[in-house]
Design a protein around this ligand. Sequence first.
Ligand code: ADP
Length: 263
Amino acid sequence: MQAEKLFDLKGQVAVVTGAGSGLGLAITKTLAANGAHVALIDLNPETLAAAYQWLNGQGYSAESHQIDVSDSAALRATIDGIAEKHGHLDILVANAGISGGPNSRTDAGAIENVSDELWNRVVDVNLTATFVAIQSAAKHMKKQKSGRIVAIASIAGLRGDPMTGYAYASSKGAVVNLVKQASWELAPYNVLVNGIAPGPFRTNIAGGRIREPEIEKAFADTVPLGRIAETDEIMGLALLLCSKASSFMTGAVIPIDGGTVAV
Ligand code: ADP
């Protein structure tokens, strides 16, 4: 292993879901900056176009696909198409996600008020689409006998979470175990599967409500480092898990949370 090239992704093809904004955008930028061709998937045409144009402007190699990841057929066809066009698929970052309604500590978020509609939408986007993305990528990676898969979970999936609602925490908890299940099944094929469990980041999730000063303070007060994170602070861990620097890591779900779950 060449120490100076530990993070080099030149020649690799990476798919990132939810690439238009927030953590997905930051991860896409760092993968591209380190040499990967990035295939962006997102529901929102405006942010997707802006992300694609920014990458082009930097001279990075990119393509974009506007789909709803909860449309399983469309997600499968998109990932298959990317893998077939390039002849290989090296990295999947399953990141697309939604917030999942009111906090369980509020009346609106109390267990009796969680609607089927909210529950199903959150599970479809956060869990089922993560499964379908991993399933689709794994099909190609197993044949290649190589690949990296990173799923974005949440600290809300590591323990009961006082800052979110039932659907979000439950879907993210399932993503944590999905990573572990896929990691052992895919290990013999040299496909490494890990998760990232972010604490509060300054993203557009929940309509960017975390940017409101009162809400930001409520989150920051739960974090030993005393603040929420900027989206770029996900880059180092994501790059590590997509690169050969982490060649003996699989089945790990790593918090990046300013110390929140250590308390
Ligand atoms: P975070 O980075 O915290 O997840 P953001 O809302 O900033 O929060 O980013 C999530 C991204 O995932 C957005 O770009 C959003 O458009 C995308 N996304 C959410 N739901 C879907 C979906 N059903 N299909 C595709 N992309 C989605």
